[in-house]
Design a protein around this ligand. Structure first.
Ligand SMILES: [Zn+2]
Length: 53
């Protein structure tokens, strides 16, 4: 889900400086992602797939 957001979209949300809410399409659970979390995701995207560092 949010992990699949394009990098530029993540960056925009970080620039706005506010946490975002995402509702999962599969289980309807609501997730809140603080800016720090978004930055972490952006960093991971740049570094490539997990476990391949
Ligand atoms: Zn879910």
């Amino acid at each position: 889900m949010i992990e699949s957001l394009p990098e530029e979209e993540l960056r925009e949300m970080i620039d706005e400086g506010k946490e975002i809410e995402v509702v999962c399409h599969f289980c309807s659970k609501k997730y809140v992602f603080p800016v720090a979390e978004l930055e972490e995701m952006l960093r991971r995207k740049k570094e490539g797939p997990a476990g391949e560092s």
